[in-house]
Design a protein around this ligand. Sequence first.
Ligand code: HEC
Ligand code: HEC
Length: 265
Amino acid sequence: MLSYSELSYAQSSGAGAELFKSKCGICHTIGGGRLVGPDLSGAPERRTEDWLLRFIRSSQAMIKSGDAVAVGLFKEFNETIMPDPMLSDDEIKSVIQHIKDQSGGASAAAAYVSVLENAGEKDIALGRHLFEGRQAFANGGPSCIACHNGLADTYFNEKSYAKDLAASFATLGEAGTRAILENPPFPVMAQAFEGKSLTPDEVRALLAFLKTPGGSPTMRKASGFMVYGVLGAAALIIVFSGLWYSRKDRSVNHSIYKRQIKSVN
Ligand code: HEC
Ligand code: HEC
């Protein structure tokens, strides 16, 4: 028979395991290596319970408050935003308990196996076409360039809606990037692909594309059709506002009025 304390411990740990799997496991392992975020094995030894509670509750609030450790981690992880999990403090505590239980455990996760072993030019080209929306996704998801347009800090100093991905693959690695594509953990991206998940072939092609130096969206920003599209639109706006300006400048009757003034004198 389990004693009462053993029983409640087992329960809280079980709930923690479930919550960890659904809310954290896309981005973190416990002892299986870095994914989108750091390996959490040993985190409860590295940080105080209070720090963990506050960070997990809202990492961005903590980063904005200037906590040096949180800011350092955020920089180290290429400013990837860890979303607030929307959990109660008790739930977060059960997740922390789960991380403690698993830390240093012998259950080392299986090593990640790359899907890019035989990826070549064809895969990279397919990835590019999918990314740019020249080829539609089988399940109808939106093209990546709709949100990641690689135009940040270029001609118009305008930020693309979501992150410029040029550096992402290098930071996240194949496992981390793949986890994001298979199961987007960011609310906006997750919603966009809700019920429209990418096929394994599409994921593979996108990974091949994002991995390629020179194939990444930013490398082609100066020559991309997007840029010409935007420049073209800007040119049209300038032309039209020019035409409109001369119209507004003088009233339509101006010349008639002038003529009449002349004939009176
Ligand atoms: C979208 C991916 C993502 C999800 C989901 C996510 N995290 Fe994170 N986590 C990160 C990243 C990235 C960092 C590194 C710091 C940063 O960028 O803000 C981090 C950092 C951490 C840290 C600090 C680690 C250290 O070394 O001190 C803890 C603890 C943590 N996460 C716990 C959790 C828990 C618990 C959950 C689930 C409730 C969770 N995370 C969900 C991405 C994620
Ligand atoms: C509806 C908008 C939207 C679409 C479409 C979209 N994403 Fe995202 N993506 C986001 C947002 C928002 C984030 C969170 C990070 C940020 O703020 O940029 C993100 C993050 C990422 C990241 C992590 C970046 C990093 O360094 O932390 C990768 C990789 C990524 N997206 C790849 C893709 C790929 C590949 C596609 C096309 C299959 C795609 N996204 C389509 C909105 C989108």
